[in-house]
Write a protein that binds this ligand. Structure first.
Ligand code: NAP
Length: 498
């Protein structure tokens, strides 16, 4: 394919993605007076996961006053846990308000990023044949952007309609249909109650039951919103209160997993209250410690499962036929529609042949044992490349946006250092990266996530590559300053320019 180079001069920064990470990064650049950047977005609108996931009932399970940018507080949130359309609109609002749209290149699906040792520049190619060149690349691709499809035996024979929660087909009418839902994770528990009354029959194929606690959701009244608008400090105080409350969860997740038994009691009482049938209750009660997999929140999931047209199927799927599913016990259930609530391909986020560092080093080969990075952002051999929400920056207890903003500040501090010291490249030292990851993995072995369950947090070789084991303020303090001594510094011919 012939590639067209977009600009004759190298840019200062290429940002990839327009979710919370990409947009937040772009605001950071703007505020530092850096205008020479583009934001590459594979879709045709901004919003990342909040643009892609629009299944019925899609909402955030972290309170919106916390799950939002610190620099762009929104007094208008209409619920404690905002729903997808409101979050998507919030991100669009931020992109407009901070004049980011002129920087966005839509339909720009990155297929390759390659570092050139000679010029210390990154060359980024998109699927439609464009080439972008910049000194620094910041990836805000997110961990949950590529849907995962299960390899069900016989799936190639299925003749009905099938789609994933992340590619919901709203034009398809589910009314009266016999629907199989595969998976019972965070997405499925949100859309199942929304469709249960509409469909004719809903068979919910559950491999592992999730732990679910009540969702303390409620509308935020017009009066409260007026107060937040009039007195922004009140909203900040509210946000801080939520932040502190959420951080206390670390005590159970990380410091003393036995404390999770208290939360487990709450979850058991929730099942007991909402599910009266002992057989169904047994099916829905997990046998692993709460917190090992993501703790879910819902008030309407269990009640939906008690409806007469809903069946929770726990026998494994033996075969998919043209118009039915057969389970291991030999029962065949006819279906018209299959909906995958099977999550995302997190461990294979960066395929072979996508990111090349020094001397053609492929990120895929560096990450053979699973993704890792220094502060979730930097990898030796890949100078001037930073990831937002990279390895081990995920959270089980609070707002991801807090982590993203910590990393953005870190990258901005790095760019300032590069400018002040006239550096053309910075590359994290291998020993700093190794020590950091050894410590991290050591801490992770003590946590509830290592208490014996199978989750997407942990890869095939038993390594937790996704979560940050601790308080988020610890991560904030570690990322407060870019420490030049931790990096190999290359003096400049090209500097970061405005
Ligand atoms: P998920 O949590 O990974 O759940 C996937 C579900 O599919 C699990 O129940 C899993 O069973 C099942 N599954 C996967 N492969 C299967 C197979 N081959 N056969 C049968 N069942 C299979 O995915 P998700 O619900 O889309 O959520 C992903 C993440 O997105 C969440 O953990 C969360 O971080 C994020 N999310 C957040 C929100 C929010 O409100 N903030 C909402 C939705 C999603 P097993 O448990 O047995 O593996």
């Amino acid at each position: 394919m012939a590639f067209d180079r977009e600009a004759s001069q190298p840019l200062s920064v290429i940002v990839i993605g327009t979710g919370f990470s990409g947009l937040g990064m772009a605001v950071g650049l703007k505020q530092a007076g850096i205008e020479s950047f583009v934001i590459l977005e594979r879709a045709e609108a901004v919003g990342g996961t909040w643009r892609d996931n629009h299944y019925p009932g899609c909402a955030c399970d972290v309170q919106s006053h916390l799950y939002s940018f610190s620099f762009e507080q929104n007094p208008e949130w209409t619920r404690m846990y905002a729903r997808q359309p409101e979050i998507k609109a919030y991100l669009q609002h931020a992109a407009d308000k901070y004049a980011l749209m002129p920087h966005v290149r839509f339909g720009a699906n990155v297929v390759e990023a390659r570092y050139d040792d000679a010029t210390a520049l990154w060359q980024v190619k998109t699927a439609d044949g464009r080439v972008f060149v910049a000194q620094v690349v910041v990836s805000g691709m997110g961990g949950l952007s590529n849907p995962a499809y299960p390899k069900l035996p016989g799936i190639e024979n299925f003749q009905g309609k099938a789609f994933h929660s992340a590619t919901w087909d709203h034009a398809y009418d589910l009314a009266g249909k016999r629907v199989a839902v595969i998976g019972t994770g965070a997405s499925a528990i949100q859309f199942v109650p929304q469709i249960a009354d509409k469909v004719g029959q809903l068979d919910l194929y559950q491999r592992t039951p999730p732990w679910i606690v009540p969702k303390p959701d409620r509308p935020i009244s017009a009066r409260e919103r007026r107060w937040f608008k009039r007195l922004p400090f009140l909203q900040r105080l509210f946000r801080f209160g939520i932040y502190c409350a959420m951080e206390t969860r670390v005590l159970g997740f990380v410091l003393n997993p036995k404390l999770m038994l208290l939360v487990q009691k709450l979850a058991l009482a929730h099942i007991a209250r909402q599910v009266k049938d002992p057989l169904l209750r047994r099916k829905l009660t997990p046998d692993y410690t709460i917190g090992c997999k993501r703790v879910l929140i819902s008030n309407d999931y269990y009640p939906a499962l008690t409806k007469p047209n809903v069946e929770v199927v726990t026998d494994s799927i033996k075969e998919v036929r043209a118009h039915s599913i057969v389970t291991a016990d030999g029962v065949e259930r006819p279906i018209d529609t299959m909906i995958y609530g099977t999550g995302f391909a997190i461990q294979t986020m960066i395929p072979r042949g996508t990111i090349f560092g020094r001397k053609g080093l492929d990120m895929f080969d560096v990450w053979k044992e699973g993704p890792q990075a220094y502060l979730g952002a930097a990898v030796p051999g890949f100078p001037n490349l930073f990831m937002l929400m990279g390895p081990n920056t995920g959270l089980g207890h609070t707002s991801q946006v807090f982590m993203i903003e910590s990393q953005i500040r870190y990258v901005m501090d790095c760019l300032q250092t590069m400018k002040q010291r006239k550096l053309r490249a910075v590359e994290v030292r291998a020993e700093v990266y190794d020590r950091f990851n050894e410590n991290l993995q050591g801490q992770l072995t003590q946590t509830v996530w290592a208490s014996g369950c199978k989750s997407w947090y942990v890869n095939e070789s038993g390594r937790n590559t996704t979560l940050w084991p601790g308080f988020t303020f610890r991560f904030r303090s570690k990322t407060r300053h870019f420490k030049a001594a931790e990096y190999v510094l290359e003096p400049a011919r090209v500097t970061v320019s405005a």
